[in-house]
Design a protein around this ligand. Structure first.
Ligand SMILES: Nc1ncnc2c1ncn2[C@@H]1O[C@H](COP(=O)(O)OP(=O)(O)OP(=O)(O)O)[C@@H](O)[C@H]1O
Length: 706
């Protein structure tokens, strides 16, 4: 009696999916098709006097409840469901081994033909069991003109499980908690904020899960200047074992490119609003590629097909289905799947306002509703129908709670058997590759990005040349007299300000990388320290180059001290100033993720640091309570060192029209400066900024909700 529209959907061949037959047996209880044509699902759910309706075997609610109970009984029968988790934990902890992904399409048809893909290790299969998962947040709401704190339940007693070899799709209207559920599984919600249990092969979810799972989020976070192939290749080099030969990694990347339909744009840059690149749909597929290239045994995807046309969406789903067929566990969220896509989904969860209103085989969904007597319109898939109905129901007072109540009634049998779970013990996350390999790959990626970032390389070099020419011509050939001393002092101070202030232009670039860093470290692609180290080291040659360009032009034009040692010292100091400036910008970006406040803070700090450098007001004249600003100013140390470098040989400059002589360093209270100590302090400031940046990323750079 199934709706003809759905007869084409094959019931799952697995014996687990015997739900269809079990549901058939309930039909004699309710066979009034005429009634069903008149009522939609949401119409059938009464708002008042529901208990009476439930007792009536002819009532749709009774049928709904009955179907859920049958579903629950079937869930109990399924070998890997909640009950068996408790008794077979040891067996699950071991987990069956499944085949590595093979590139040969023939192998997709018959698992026995699956070929071993050389470098990829055999994978353990993973099963995820979610039990009574509840997540609440505190929100501020306005009540009678006053702000009060209230609890909002984002997930309410969610119980579901995902098994290897299947695609589990989470459906639900917008805001129903799909992303929240995936975030909870991905370890992005602080475990202390979650009630209930998440078991992975019978063991509580812990840090290790980050390593074995890929999480494709709704937002694409990719480097715009890398090509599709480069993006996937860097991901492969970070996440596949180091022992795997480079050629095999390349082969694997080519396979992913082919399977995700990215061949035509493999060598096109990703792009962004400024750089023309691949389309939005292609970006979505690259994001998926980044997280599937290392073949994780568990794959979580938040709306992987959003923004894709129907052909691309089907292609992506076929790829995910193939991944699942090879024994991986695939969980995804989705809106409005087509008929063809529905056929690729085996298991489903339907969420409404954080509550599960259906969990079971996709094939059973059709019967679940048709057994209740509803005929779904021809133009709709069962999911569209359920979601549309659910949205209408949720608008009614107590609408959702009635659905949920009935659903929970069906789970009584399961509630009897509670699993005793010990708290997860978080151990250090295991990484696929060594720290050294991570640092090298990240440095290489940074290098490619810097070389392709015109504003960093070309524009910065041009700025150095123009800046040096302007300063050089303004203070050209400074003499060794009072005016010359003032010129040299002004040149040194302005050159420092120029170096420090212009470095803030890299702030948006660093901030734009932040999301990529968080996504990658969230899935344990590399150590934070490898990222910090590679980021700082890779820029040093560029900074040295910039300092050299500036010094080569300006030093000779102004006519600073003509000695090899003095020139080298000047160059070294200017290079260190650029390095410190960059480290400061990076630190601010690590502490404050928003561009405007980060930039404001940086500019304010630099302005006041310049004020306290000793140029505008000498140390001896600074009030004691402001001395700390003088000592923490990144301008102070290079300013003093460069002044000493320049004037140490000019013990007495002729002052006031040959009438007096003047010891410049004593006059400026700089005679006790030790230039090499200042160089040491600048290096220490650079190092401290890097360490603080690392700490800021450790504290702020985690995708954790509380
Ligand atoms: N920190 C928070 N504080 C308050 N409400 C929140 C918070 N985080 C999420 N929510 C709310 O929780 C609900 C579920 O959000 P979630 O992103 O999981 O929905 P979704 O089903 O994935 O939606 P969509 O399909 O639109 O992506 C939404 O109503 C959202 O506004």
């Amino acid at each position: 009696m199934a709706n003809p529209v759905y007869t084409s959907i094959p019931s799952c061949s697995s014996s687990d999916y015997s739900r269809e037959s079990s549901i058939q047996s309930s039909r004699p209880l309710y066979g009034n098709r005429e009634f069903s044509r008149e009522l939609s699902l949401e119409e059938a759910l009464p708002v008042e006097d529901d208990d009476a309706v439930v007792e009536n075997p002819m009532s749709p609610i009774f049928q709904y409840s009955l179907s859920l109970k049958q579903n629950a009984l079937e869930i109990e029968r399924r070998p890997s469901r909640v009950r068996t988790m408790s008794t077979k934990q040891a067996a699950y902890a071991a987990g069956p081994e499944v085949q590595p992904l093979s590139g040969k399409s023939s192998s997709l048809q018959d698992p026995r033909n699956m070929q071993h893909h050389a470098g990829l290790p055999k994978r353990r299969a993973f099963e995820i069991c979610i039990q009574n998962l509840t997540y609440k947040v505190k929100v501020k709401v306005k009540e009678k003109g006053q702000k009060v704190s209230k609890e909002k339940v984002l997930l309410n007693q969610v119980t579901a499980d995902a098994r290897h070899g299947e695609v589990l799709a989470i459906f639900g209207p917008s805001g129903s908690g799909k992303t929240t559920l995936l975030d909870a599984l991905a370890g992005r919600i602080d475990r202390r904020s979650l009630e209930g249990t998440i078991l992975v092969n019978g063991k509580p979810l812990d840090n290790k899960f980050k390593r074995i799972s890929g999480y494709v989020t709704q937002e694409d976070a990719l480097f715009p200047l890398l090509t599709v192939k480069e993006t996937l290749m860097f991901s492969a080099r970070l996440r596949l074992p180091e022992s795997m030969p480079h050629a095999e990694k390349e082969e694997r990347v080519d396979l992913v490119i082919q399977q995700l339909g990215l061949r035509n744009c493999a060598n096109t840059k990703i792009g962004d609003d400024k750089v023309r690149g691949i389309s939005g749909g292609e970006k979505r597929r690259v994001s998926i590629g980044v997280d599937v290239v290392h073949d994780p045994p568990v794959l979580l995807l938040d709306e992987p097909t959003s923004g894709l046309d129907s052909k691309s969406a089907l292609q992506v789903m076929q790829h995910l289905s193939m991944i699942a067929k090879h024994g991986r566990t695939v969980m995804l969220t989705m809106h409005q799947p087509s008929y063809a896509i529905l056929e690729l989904i085996q298991n489903t969860v339907v969420l409404v306002q954080g509550n599960v209103i259906y969990h079971g085989p996709q094939a059973g969904m059709v019967n679940f509703y048709s057994d209740m007597g509803y005929i779904m319109p021809d133009h709709m898939t069962v999911v569209e129908y359920i979601l549309e109905s659910a949205e209408k129901i949720s608008d009614r007072p107590k609408g959702v709670s009635k659905l949920v109540e009935y659903y929970h009634d069906t789970r009584i049998a399961m509630k009897d058997e509670q699993i005793v779970v010990h708290p997860a013990i978080d151990r250090p996350v295991p990484y696929a590759t060594s720290f050294f390999n991570q640092a090298v790959v990240l440095a290489e990626r940074n290098m490619v990005n810097v070389l392709r970032t015109k504003q960093y390389f070309l524009a910065r070099t041009a700025m150095m040349v123009v800046g040096a020419l302007i300063l050089g011509s303004l203070f050209f050939d400074a003499k060794e007299n009072e005016v010359g001393v003032r010129q040299r002092q002004s040149f040194i101070t302005f050159a420092l300000a120029f170096f420090l202030f212009t470095s803030s232009q890299t702030l948006p670039l660093i901030l734009s990388e932040r999301h990529i860093f968080m996504r990658e470290t969230d899935r344990a692609a590399y150590h934070t320290s490898a990222y910090v180290l590679s980021g700082c080291l890779v820029l040093l040659p560029f900074q040295f180059f910039m300092a050299s360009v500036f010094s080569a032009i300006a030093y000779s034009m102004v006519g600073l001290k003509a000695s090899f040692a003095a020139i080298c010292f000047f160059l070294l100091s200017m290079f260190l100033v650029l390095a410190v400036a960059q480290a400061l910008v990076t630190l601010v970006a690590g502490m404050i993720p928003d561009l405007i406040p980060a930039n404001d803070l940086l500019q304010a700090f630099l302005s006041f640091s310049l004020l306290f450098s000793g140029f505008f007001i000498q140390r001896t004249a600074i009030p004691k309570y402001w001395l700390w600003m003088h000592y923490t100013s990144p301008f102070k140390y290079p300013y003093e060192a460069l002044m000493y470098n320049e004037f140490s040989h000019l013990k007495s400059v002729i002052w006031f029209n040959n009438e007096d002589s003047f010891d410049v360093l004593s006059g400026l209270a700089l005679s006790r400066v030790r230039p090499w100590r200042n160089v040491g302090i600048m290096t220490l400031i650079w190092f401290t900024c890097i360490i603080l940046f690392y700490c800021a990323l450790k504290v702020n750079g985690k995708l954790i909700r509380h």
